[in-house]
Write a new protein. Structure first.
Length: 753
């Protein structure tokens, strides 16, 4: 045989047996990567058991190098493949080793061979997929074993009849995904990413694995805690059950058995949990659970699981305001909008450690909740939330067409409706047992919104154990447990209602691009963009102080945008690669936890003119240099009572008219001994741009206008310049158009012990 023929044969053998070429895999260069990318093992990526709430002892991970090919969707399986892809990283990602687009006209083919454990020969063999985006067909040894539509839910096929007697078996998976050219749920994926829309994801993006099960086996379990009755209700779907089979469930607190119950496999059984340890963000206690199917006294199938005893409800507090109650007590829920995207794996975190990190850092930042935004994570993400005590609002991924806030619901085709309900039901079914999930969000901002009240009613009836957020932002139709406002940067709230809680589903969006950690060099954006960490911190603190004032008025929960940067968005508290927390972590944690604490005692040091006019020195002419300092002589300036402005400006009481393009103001105020400088904040009503100085040091800059008084954080430099005794407050406000006004005060926020 010629040398060329030998070489071609070796290439063909490498393609047939991908395991021979592990050493050749490498992530595609060109974009930023997270630190966990270097830990990806192409021989065994994501090796953790993928289904923590229904574990069996034996399984086989099929992640690793597969063959791939992109062919027109009308063509059959290819004879030759294009190369290798690292499963389960989507083909568009760097960690796939490919980074190619597939497009609507094509299908993506995956192929690999595996050797079946001979000890499993007398059992049924299930082939599991964590998630494949979107429409998939699967063959084993050339025999079609099934197909599936859905980009976010796990699915399985019994492949026993398709297995051969020979050691080596073959799997082929074909995937078609139209992304935003189709009606299917897709989240933020688009074919042409820009702005808030991100790179498409196609094909296998969660773990693929094999599991041997007996002929009679538990397919699913459904567990429902009832803390008021001190019960855990459990039912199971058992395949090939026989008359007389028994379902046995046992609960454990560590090694101590706390409850056991037995019943028919078709029944819902109830375990009595005496003195239950309740699951909450502060005490995320999880009981272990063992479930078995028994026949004639022998266990023929066993699984291990866990559960948390917790209750979520809408109730009125002592003031008669609707709040979100956890375990029969009101709890303000505050967390970030969590997109769940990665620079190296897109939809797929590079490692389980990386996946867990996002939950850990969210808790470390002082949040008790996260809103999982139009994406569904692998089961292990919710497992980490269960372990670490992070409440979750779970969005349904959007699809089909979108509407503006003032438009009616879209009219979906019958196929589009059916697909939406199929994937919504799968979402609830597959995550029902997770104690961390406390709210379902069927729609976001009019994206794919149709038959809103019917969808709300269906979701409420299908899972009555959780809260329903009909639509987060925009096109509210008056239903569900909450009324959800989106306001950037905010914060703000809807008025308190009789039957629903007022929540703030999105606000903030403060951006900070950090060179060396950007997805692209230009066209990065935030709802507000800053270029210094101190300025970002000051503006975030301003948001938090105003958020706390809304909590006192009846706001029940809030979601800050967002956990991390994503592609061109730089709104994250972390960079996209998770390398940098953009503000001091300890400071952020303390500030965020203050939102969950009792309201502070507020001491007024320099009153505003909201209730009584305060005296200011002012001028309408450009003053001399040094006008902000304590020693500046302002005796030649006019004297007037606040507020300053024009009468038609909203929410103002104008006592001194100001109609020119600019005004400069000065006054003094006293700071008593013992007042911590870090507790001081400004209270401002301005229209439009304003600059505030304390003792000559820049304290705050606010652009545009407010429609009422807002709390504004003082810069760290200005806080350091404050001293016991007399201090000087200096203000410059400018007018561009419309109404105009200015008034400023100084407050001290004293936290309660």
């Amino acid at each position: 045989m010629c040398v060329k023929c030998v070489f071609l044969c070796l290439i063909g053998l490498a393609l047939l047996l991908p395991g021979l070429a592990h050493a050749d895999w490498k992530a595609t260069p060109g974009k930023i990567m997270s630190r966990w990318a270097q830990d990806v093992d192409p021989k065994n990526p994501l090796p953790e058991y993928p289904r923590p709430q229904m574990r069996r002892g034996e399984w086989q991970n099929l992640n690793g190098l597969w063959q791939y090919a992109i062919r027109h969707k009308r063509k059959d399986a290819p004879d030759m493949y294009d190369g290798q892809i690292l499963v389960p990283y989507p083909i568009e990602s760097a960690l796939s080793g490919v980074t190619r687009e597939v497009e609507k006209r094509n299908r993506l083919w995956h192929r690999r061979e595996f050797e079946l454990n001979r000890e499993w020969r007398d059992q049924r063999i299930l082939l599991h997929f964590g998630a494949v985006d979107w429409q998939s067909e699967v063959w084993v040894n050339g025999q079609k074993v099934g197909e599936h539509k859905g980009g976010y839910d796990p699915f399985s096929f019994d492949i026993t009849a398709a297995l051969k007697d020979t050691p080596i078996q073959e799997i082929v998976v074909a995937v078609w995904d139209p992304t935003d050219a189709g009606y299917q749920p897709r989240g933020k994926q688009v074919n042409k990413p820009e702005g808030i829309w991100y790179t498409s994801v196609t094909g296998i993006w969660q773990t693929v694995w094999l599991e041997p099960v007996p002929q009679t086996a538990i397919d699913t379990i459904r567990i429902t805690p009832d803390i008021d009755a001190k019960l855990l209700r459990l039912s199971a779907n058992v395949v090939n059950a026989q008359p007389g089979d028994t379902l046995v469930a046992t609960a454990y607190d560590g090694d101590t058995q706390v409850a056991q119950v037995a019943g028919a496999v078709t029944d819902t059984v109830a375990l009595s949990i005496e003195n239950p340890k309740l699951w909450s963000p502060d005490t995320p206690f999880l009981y272990d659970l063992k479930v078995s199917v028994q026949r004639d006294g022998d266990a023929i199938d066993n699984i291990e699981s866990y559960f948390g005893m917790r209750k979520i409800a809408l109730q009125k507090d002592a003031q008669g305001i609707n709040r979100l109650f956890l375990n029969n007590a009101p709890l303000f829920q505050y967390g970030p909008l969590d997109q769940g995207w990665w620079p190296d794996g897109l939809y797929t975190a590079p490692t389980d450690e990386a996946l867990r990190y996002d939950v850990e850092i969210t808790r470390q930042m002082g949040f008790n909740m996260a809103r999982k935004h139009v994406k569904v994570e692998p089961a292990r993400w919710y497992y980490h939330c269960d372990q670490l005590g992070l409440l979750v609002w779970q969005d349904m991924p959007n699809g089909d067409k979108h509407i503006s806030p003032d438009e009616p619901d879209i009219k979906r085709s019958d196929d589009s409706k059916a697909q939406y309900y199929q994937e919504l039901q799968a979402l609830i079914d597959n995550l029902y047992n997770a104690p961390c999930i406390v709210m379902w969000v069927p729609f976001n901002e009019g994206w794919g919104q149709f038959d809103t009240q019917e969808v709300t009613d269906w979701t409420t009836k299908y899972d009555p154990t959780r809260l329903i957020n009909q639509t987060s932002g925009w096109s509210d139709r008056g239903g569900s447990h909450v009324h959800d406002l989106h306001c950037y940067p905010g914060p703000d709230m809807f008025p308190v209602e009789e039957k629903r809680a007022s929540i703030l589903g999105e606000f903030g969006g403060l951006g900070l691009p950090l060179e060396g950690h950007l997805w692209r060099d230009n066209e990065n954006w935030g709802y507000r963009t800053y270029h210094e960490k101190d300025v970002l911190s000051q503006n975030y603190e301003t948001l938090i102080h105003n958020l706390r004032s809304l909590v006192d008025k009846g706001l029940a929960a809030a979601v800050y945008t967002q956990t991390t940067d994503v592609e061109g968005e730089v709104n994250g508290l972390l960079t996209y690669d998770r390398a940098i927390v953009k503000v001091d972590l300890d400071w952020l944690s303390k500030l965020n936890r203050s939102v969950l604490a009792p309201p502070p005692t507020i001491i007024t040091l320099a009153p505003t003119s909201q209730e009584e006019g305060q005296s200011w020195r002012y001028t309408l002419e450009q003053p001399a240099e040094g006008w902000t300092s304590c020693v500046y002589d302002d005796t030649a300036w006019k004297e007037g009572k606040g507020m300053f402005g024009t009468d038609k400006t909203p929410n103002t009481t104008i006592r001194t008219p100001w109609e020119s393009e600019a005004i400069w103001l000065r006054r003094t105020f006293n700071v008593p001994e013992g007042i911590p400088a870090e507790s001081l904040n400004l209270k401002i009503h301005h229209d439009e741009d304003v600059e505030v100085y304390l003792n000559g040091v820049p304290a705050a800059q606010c652009s545009k206008y407010t429609t009422d008084f807002q709390i504004v954080a003082i810069s760290p430099q200005a806080r350091q310049a404050l001293r016991p005794g007399e201090n000087t407050l200096a203000v410059h406000c400018t007018q561009q158009q419309g109404g105009q006004c200015i008034d400023v005060g100084v407050l001290s926020y004293q936290e309660k012990e």
